[in-house]
Design a protein around this ligand. Structure first.
Ligand code: TXA
Ligand code: MG
Length: 367
């Protein structure tokens, strides 16, 4: 597979207007649909991260996604839909849904929520890695909606990165990973949410969060009568490994969301941080912190920060901005070739839970 990858930019004014009709009328969608119908891949923006799309009913097309990303075959893909009519086509209608679940979907769709349900025959087995369930999501980005609607097929789409790397939140980041591997990248600007969708499974009176994401547990609890539970196992292992300081040899840890540069989580105190920095004074370090911590750090004039690249990721008053910049910052710093990137812990409230889930999976050391 060797393509001359083209990036086609959607005019910003149409994105700001959220004008789906005008967007769908752009020539790029004809081209994209031709590719999708032929079983080719198209990378496109969503409000969370960029996706790498294929016709979810076409097994050969979906096979390409796994190949291009280097994704393990047993990791199922999320299917993206544009409306509730498509929703009924991708799920197994022998299972009836209750009012509470419809209420959840009506509230958060289109948006960063994925729900796991029994799948219909339309969805290729390869899409769901042979599971009888499918993750379904209706994204809110107008370009994603235009593409799915006009292609008239649900799109299987994982994040448009090489497996293991941080997800892409700009078309440029998609290009850096998938150049010559895909024919078309649609550029719809910087993704607003910046971390992936929340994945839920509904079981009796419970909602189980399989992956925290763009919709917080607090938001779900406001809408649903069900009890919200965590898939605690998800990051428990990562957390224990890091917190017990079990030695992690490079390449031993299952890589997820990770930049190539070593990522270190900072969650203790300035004293330990300063100790670490002085011990590693010969190293080229980047320190990613909230505005609040940077302000405090700058007041500490007993410490020399001259050799540290300080990167402000956002304010705790607007934690959404931190989510928005997380993957972007990791990818940009990765290009600058630091010896290590130190990233500060964020409180696990609201979207902070999704942020820390990604950070725990990406880090291999702790201060
Ligand atoms: O925001 C998002 O969800 C983005 C954009 C592109 O929509 N997509 C995304 O896809 O994050 P991906 O492939 O990077 O992550 C999908 C996750 C995987 O962890 C997979 O295991 C889980 O969804 N998943 C998919 N189908 C599933 C199923 N039937 N049961 C359990 N987990 C499933
Ligand atoms: Mg991914």
């Amino acid at each position: 597979m060797n393509y001359n990858t083209s990036i086609v930019k959607i005019p910003e004014n149409l994105l700001i207007e959220n004008n789906i009709d005008k967007i769908t009328g752009l020539p790029v969608f004809k081209k994209a649909n031709k590719l999708l119908n032929r079983g080719e891949l198209v990378a496109f923006p969503t409000e969370t991260v960029y996706g790498l799309g294929a016709d979810a009913s076409n097994s050969e097309a979906v096979k390409k996604i796994f190949k291009v990303k280097g994704r393990p075959q047993d990791n199922p893909l999320i299917v993206h839909i544009a409306n509730f009519e498509q929703f009924e086509r991708v799920r197994n209608n022998n299972f009836s849904l209750d009012d509470d679940l419809y209420n959840i979907l009506n509230n958060f769709w289109p948006g960063p929520l994925t729900v796991i349900l029994p799948k219909s025959k339309l969805i290729a087995d390869r899409t769901t890695a042979n599971l009888q369930t499918v993750g379904i999501r209706m994204p809110s980005h107008p370009v994603a909606l235009s593409l799915i609607e006009s292609s008239d097929t649900p799109l299987a789409a994982p994040s448009a990165n090489i497996s293991g790397f941080p997800s892409p939140t700009t078309a440029q980041h998609v290009y850096e990973d998938l150049k010559n591997k895909v024919p078309l990248i649609i550029d719809g600007g910087h993704c607003k949410v910046g971390v992936e969708s929340t994945i839920i499974k509904v079981k009796d009176e419970e909602i189980i969060i399989l992956r925290p994401g763009g919709i917080s547990r607090e938001e779900l609890a406001n809408i649903s009568k069900r009890k919200i539970k965590n898939n605690k196992k998800d990051i428990k292992d990562e957390r224990t490994k890091i917190e017990q300081k079990a030695p992690i040899a490079p390449g031993m840890k299952y890589k997820h969301y990770s930049p190539e540069t070593k990522l270190i989580l900072y969650k203790s105190n300035f004293e330990n941080l300063f100790k670490y920095i002085s011990k590693n004074s010969n190293k080229n370090l980047a320190l990613v912190m909230t505005k609040e911590s940077i302000d405090k750090l700058k007041k500490k004039n007993d410490f020399d920060l001259a050799n540290i690249e300080l990167v402000e990721i956002g304010s705790l008053n607007k934690i959404e901005d931190i989510a928005n910049r997380l993957f972007y910052t990791l990818r940009e710093l990765d290009k600058a070739e630091f010896d290590s990137i130190i990233i500060e812990e964020i409180p696990e409230k609201g979207i902070g839970e999704a942020i820390m889930n990604r950070v725990y999976k990406a880090t291999s050391d702790l201060i």
